[in-house]
Design a protein around this ligand. Structure first.
Ligand SMILES: NC(=O)c1ccc[n+]([C@@H]2O[C@H](COP(=O)([O-])OP(=O)(O)OC[C@H]3O[C@@H](n4cnc5c(N)ncnc54)[C@H](OP(=O)(O)O)[C@@H]3O)[C@@H](O)[C@H]2O)c1
Length: 290
């Protein structure tokens, strides 16, 4: 039996959207590089808040048409409306649970029915669950594997045949900076080992897809900030200041899309400054993945 929804936590990072705070105020949609994506279609999962929403805003600012996916319809619709109004782009939202194959098939079918093609796939949707291993809720392994690993791999499998046929495409996936740590950080075992598997898969995919002119890029972000009101209330300002804004990940996406056609950023890592590598930026208290 799953615990009540109240007890379930979204991703530990709980990024609520591009924040109106410190470092990045006012530049959520401004890239440091010029990228023109008019005429291109991008599909972004996890686009209703946090990193995915920041990436969606950035892609809209580059002029791309967008297919956005997440489970919650309300936040998704709101994001679609906002991007269409502000950037004058075409966008659709498709409520999707990436852990379910049928939902992924529906997502790709809706995207192709509306836009005919997908040029760029950006996998962001993910959940987290951090616990000492012996205390981790047993249901979380399946949830993490189905969402954070299969959710990426299956969607890529569904999207890539058309890219191969057109000999064009770019697959960008938000993995995790925790995969750079060896051994995996304490209490991150299930989450990070799956992300490591995902990172290995994406590296292999890069080699396999080069001959089809498809680029494959993995993003490895450190700890990204959110409003985190319930999680961060006891955290010192000095610790909050270390958290990265989701805009830092949108910057990685813009960079990945800005390089010349005959080059591909295979992996990009952006890690928090001023943070001891082996020490958590913030200690998270989670009950269960959501
Ligand atoms: N934040 C960090 O510190 C950090 C660091 C490294 C890597 N990452 C990775 O970045 C990604 C996004 O993290 P975030 O911090 O932006 O998380 P977040 O703020 O919790 O947002 C997660 C997004 O994914 C969606 N989502 C979650 N489960 C889903 C599912 N089963 N099907 C479809 N959509 C789903 C959520 O919408 P719904 O709940 O409505 O579905 C939401 O739009 C994750 O893959 C995470 O592992 C995050």
């Amino acid at each position: 039996m799953r615990k009540s929804k109240r007890l379930l936590r979204p991703l530990h990072h709980m990024v609520q959207g591009p924040r109106n705070d410190t470092v990045c105020k006012g530049r959520e949609d401004m890239a440091n590089v010029t990228v023109d994506l008019k005429g291109k279609v991008a599909l972004i999962t996890g686009a209703s808040r946090g990193i995915g929403k920041a990436v969606a805003i950035r892609m809209a600012s580059h002029g791309a048409s967008l297919v956005l996916a997440s489970r919650g319809k309300e936040a998704l619709d709101e994001t679609v409306r906002y991007l269409k109004d502000k950037y004058g782009i075409d966008a659709i939202g498709v409520p999707t649970d990436v852990s379910k194959l049928a939902d992924l098939q529906n997502l790709v079918q809706k995207a192709k029915a509306h836009f005919k093609k997908i040029d760029i796939l950006i996998n962001v949707a993910g959940v987290s669950s951090q616990h000492p291993f012996h205390l981790q809720p047993i249901e979380d392994f399946e949830m993490l594997a189905n969402t954070n690993y299969l959710g990426y791999v299956r969607l890529i499998r569904l999207v890539i045949p058309d890219m191969v046929e057109r000999k064009n495409g770019h697959i960008i996936s938000v993995v995790s900076g925790s995969t750079l740590c060896d051994p995996i950080p304490r209490t991150f075992l299930a989450y990070s080992s799956l992300k490591m598997g995902l990172r290995a898969f994406l590296k292999g995919l890069f080699w396999e897809m080069r001959e089809h002119n498809i680029k494959v890029t993995s993003l490895l972000p450190g700890v990204v900030a959110s409003d985190l009101t319930d999680h961060l209330k006891d955290v010192a300002q000095e610790q909050r200041d270390r958290l990265m804004d989701p805009v830092a990940v949108a910057d990685m996406v813009s960079f990945a899309l800005s390089v010349p056609a005959n080059a591909c950023p295979l992996e990009l890592a952006v890690i928090n400054q001023l943070t001891t590598w082996t020490k958590p930026v913030i200690d998270y208290k989670q009950t269960q993945a959501k």
